[in-house]
Design a binder for this molecule. Structure first.
Ligand code: AGP
Length: 610
C-alpha cells in the first residue's frame, strides 16, 4: 500500500510531486523516490530509504527541473526497506521508469523468464523492477503499447505510473485493484493513489476503473478500457480542503481526529434524519419486503472496521431480529460461505480500498448477494462496486490508527439496525425514539468526556513502561475491548490482548501476575456485577486494574486502581463513548514511549495488498 504521484505540466513538477507524496505518506513510509524526464537520454532517478524528508534533504540543493515526473512513497512488500529497493525502478536501458502500488503475484516467474530469455540484470529484490524490465522489453517507441503488453502478462494488483525519456510529453498509467485517480490541474495533469495528494492543486478528478489505462499529457487525458477502446469518464468534483489534511495545532493527526469525533458523529447522524425524525438511509431503498427476504446477513471487514462490525451484529440482531455473521475479510473470501440472492453482504471500510474487503465483496456479489457498504472515502473502489453505499461522514482520516472512522461506523451500524427494525415493525416506536434520542445526545456527552483527557495521561504515566496488557469486558464491552487493545498494540507496540471477561478463568488468567495491567470495560449496567467479579479475580492475582465505567456506577468500582467515568447513557450505545478514553489512553502511552503515533512501524493506512 504505497502512494504514487505523477505530474506533467508547463512548470517544474519536482516540488509538486514531493508535496503530493507527503500527503500520501500515511500509505507507507519505508522509502521514497522520484523519476524525472529532464531531457537527458535516461530518466533521472533520486530515491532514498525512510521518510520523504530524507529524499527532500538529498535533492535540496540540486535544483532539479523537469516538466514530467513520477514519485513514490513505499510500504515494503518485496525486498526490505533500502535505497536499492526504493521506487522508482527502471528497465535495463534506464530510459523507462516505473512507480507501483500493489503486488505482482507472478513476478518470480516473469523475472526468471527475463533473465533466461533477455539476460536481464536486476538491481533490487522488488516485484516492481520486473514490471519495468518487462515494459522495456516490449518498448518499440510507443510507451502505452509497451505498458499494455506488459500488464497482460502480470497477475496481481497494480497502479502503475510510467515515464520514458524518449517520450517526455506523456505519463502512462494503468490500474487493476489498486486505487488510481487522474487530477485535472490548471498548469498540467496528475495521477495519484488518493485525493489528499492533489487537494492543493485540483478540484476535478477522474476515477479510474479496474483494468483501465491512462495516457496523460500536459493538456490532454485519454482513458482506455481493457480492450484499448477510448472511454469517456465524467468528472468527479472534489470537496474538502487541503487544510483538512493539516494538524490544526494538534501534535498528532490521531489526537486531532479523536477530538473531531463529536462533529463527525453529528454529521453522520443529522444527515440521516428527515423532518419527522425518521431515519433515511441516503435513498438506499431497503423495503420491508427486501429486508424480510434476507435469510442471512454477513458483515465483513478488517481490523478496526471488523470491530465496528461486531457492534453492528449486536445491534441488527437486537433491533431487527435478523441473525448476523461477522467475519474478517481475509478469511471470509476463502472459506466458501453460503451466499445467494437472499443474502445481504455488509462491508465496512474507512479507506474503501482494503483489498481483502474488496475481494470478499466481489465474491459475494458474484454469488448474487446484495452489497451494502459503509465507507468513509467518497468515490473509493468499495463504494463504487457496491449496490448501496452508506457513508460515514468522519472527514479525511490521516492517522494510521483509526479513531473517528470507528465511532462513525458504529453510528451507521445503529442507524441501519434501527431502520431495519422499524421497517420490519419489530421495533416499538418507544424503543426506536429512545434509541435515537440516545444517539443524538452522544456528541455533547463526548465533548464532556474529552474534557477529562488529562486524567488519562496521568493513568498512562503509571503504565507506559509495561510491555504487556490485557483488556476485558462483557457484552458489547468485549467487542470494544478488542478495539481498545488494537489501538494500544498498533501505536505503542505493547503486547496487548483482549478477551471476554468471562473467558479469563478458562486459561488466560494464568498470565496475570503482580502489577499486570488489566483494562476493564464495565459500562454494561446489566452485566456490571459479573464484570466486577472478574475484576476481583485479576486483582486477587495482583493485577493493576484501570476500569472504564458509567458515571452512575462510580461507587461500585472500588476494586479498580484507576477508573475513568463516561457520561451515563443507554448500555447499547455505550461503545461510542467508552472507546474514546481507550483511544486517548493508547495515545498517551505511545507518546510517553516516544513512538511515531501517526505513522506506526510496519503499518499503513489502507492495505491494498493481500
Ligand atoms: C486500524 O487502526 C488500522 N488502521 C487497520 O486495522 C484498519 O482498520 C484496517 O486496515 C481496515 O482498514 P479500512 O477500514 O480502510 O478498510
Amino acid at each position: 500500500m504505497c502512494g504514487i504521484v505523477g505530474y506533467i505540466a508547463d512548470e517544474n513538477v519536482t516540488g509538486v510531486i514531493i508535496e503530493g507524496l507527503k500527503k500520501l505518506e500515511y500509505r507507507g513510509y519505508d522509502s521514497a523516490g522520484v523519476a524525472l524526464c529532464t531531457g537527458a537520454d535516461n530518466v533521472l532517478l533520486r530515491k532514498k530509504k525512510g521518510r520523504i524528508a530524507n529524499l527532500e534533504e538529498m535533492i535540496r540543493d540540486e535544483g532539479l527541473f523537469a516538466h514530467t515526473g513520477i514519485g513514490h512513497t513505499r510500504w515494503a512488500t518485496h525486498g526490505e526497506p533500502s535505497d536499492r529497493n526504493a521506487h522508482p525502478h527502471t528497465d535495463m536501458s534506464g530510459r523507462i521508469a516505473v512507480v507501483h502500488n500493489g503486488i505482482i503475484e507472478n513476478f518470480a516467474e516473469l523475472k526468471k523468464e527475463l533473465i533466461e530469455e533477455h539476460g536481464s540484470v536486476f538491481k533490487s529484490d522488488t516485484d516492481t523492477e520486473v514490471a519495468a524490465h518487462l515494459i522495456g522489453i516490449f518498448y518499440e517507441g510507443d510507451l502505452e503499447d509497451a505498458v499494455y503488453k506488459a500488464v497482460q502478462k502480470m497477475r496481481g494488483s497494480y497502479a502503475f505510473g510510467v515515464i520514458c525519456s524518449d517520450e517526455p510529453d506523456k505519463i502512462v498509467a494503468a490500474r487493476k485493484d489498486s486505487p488510481l485517480i487522474v487530477g485535472l490541474g490548471k498548469r498540467g495533469n496528475f495521477i495519484a493513489s488518493d485525493i489528499p495528494a492533489l487537494l492543493k492543486y485540483v478540484r476535478q478528478i477522474y476515477l479510474i476503473e479496474n483494468n483501465e489505462m491512462v495516457v496523460l499529457r500536459e493538456n490532454d487525458v485519454k482513458i482506455f478500457d481493457s480492450e484499448r477502446n477510448e472511454v469517456h469518464r465524467d468528472v468527479f468534483n472534489v470537496t474538502g480542503d487541503a487544510d483538512a489534511a493539516e494538524k490544526e495545532g494538534y501534535d498528532h493527526f490521531m489526537l486531532k481526529e479523536i477530538h473531531e469525533q463529536p462533529s463527525g458523529i453529528k454529521d453522520t447522524l443529522i444527515r440521516r434524519m428527515d423532518d419527522n425524525g425518521e431515519i433515511t438511509l441516503d435513498g438506499i431503498s431497503l423495503t420491508k419486503e427486501d429486508i424480510e427476504k434476507f435469510n442471512r446477513i454477513y458483515i465483513v471487514a478488517c481490523g478496526t472496521a471488523y470491530h465496528a462490525g461486531l457492534i453492528g451484529k449486536f445491534a441488527i440482531e437486537k433491533l431487527a431480529h435478523i441473525s448476523v455473521e461477522v467475519d474478517v475479510a481475509s478469511e471470509f473470501r476463502y472459506r466458501d460461505p453460503y451466499i445467494d440472492e437472499n443474502t445481504l453482504f455488509i462491508s465496512i471500510s474507512q479507506s474503501g480500498e482494503t483489498l481483502d474487503t474488496l475481494g470478499a465483496l466481489r465474491m459475494a456479489k458474484e454469488k448474487g448477494a446484495r452489497i451494502l457498504s459503509v465507507v468513509n472515502v467518497v468515490g473509493s473502489s468499495i463504494a463504487r462496486e457496491s449496490d448501496d453505499v452508506f457513508y460515514t461522514w468522519a472527514g479525511p482520516e490521516i492517522a494510521v490508527a483509526s479513531t473517528k472512522a470507528y465511532t462513525t461506523q458504529l453510528i451507521c451500524m445503529y442507524l441501519i439496525a434501527l431502520y431495519m427494525g422499524r421497517k420490519k415493525e419489530v421495533l416499538s416506536t418507544e424503543l426506536y425514539r429512545n434509541y435515537l434520542d440516545e444517539l443524538l445526545a452522544i456528541p455533547k456527552k463526548l465533548d464532556t468526556l474529552l474534557e477529562g483527557e488529562e486524567s488519562l495521561e496521568e493513568i498512562a504515566k503509571k503504565l507506559y513502561q509495561d510491555d504487556n496488557a490485557f483488556f476485558i469486558g462483557r457484552g458489547v464491552d468485549s467487542s470494544v475491548s478488542l478495539e481498545g487493545s488494537l489501538k494500544l498494540k498498533e501505536i505503542s507496540y505493547i503486547n496487548s490482548f483482549a478477551i471476554a471477561a468471562g473467558e479469563l478463568k478458562h486459561g488466560t488468567i494464568a498470565l496475570i501476575d503482580k502489577g499486570t495491567p488489566v483494562i476493564a470495560l464495565a459500562t454494561q449496567k446489566a452485566l456490571l456485577e459479573k464484570t466486577i467479579s472478574n475484576i476481583q479475580e485479576v486483582k486477587a492475582r495482583g493485577a493493576y486494574v484501570f476500569a472504564i465505567a458509567m458515571e452512575s456506577s462510580r461507587d461500585m468500582l472500588g476494586d479498580a486502581d484507576d477508573v475513568f467515568l463516561i457520561p451515563d447513557c443507554m448500555d447499547d450505545v455505550a461503545p461510542v463513548l467508552s472507546i474514546v478514553p481507550l483511544q486517548l489512553f493508547a495515545y498517551y502511552i505511545a507518546r510517553l514511549r516516544g513512538c511515531d503515533i501517526d505513522k506506526p512501524k510496519n503499518l499503513a493506512k489502507s492495505v491494498t495488498v493481500e
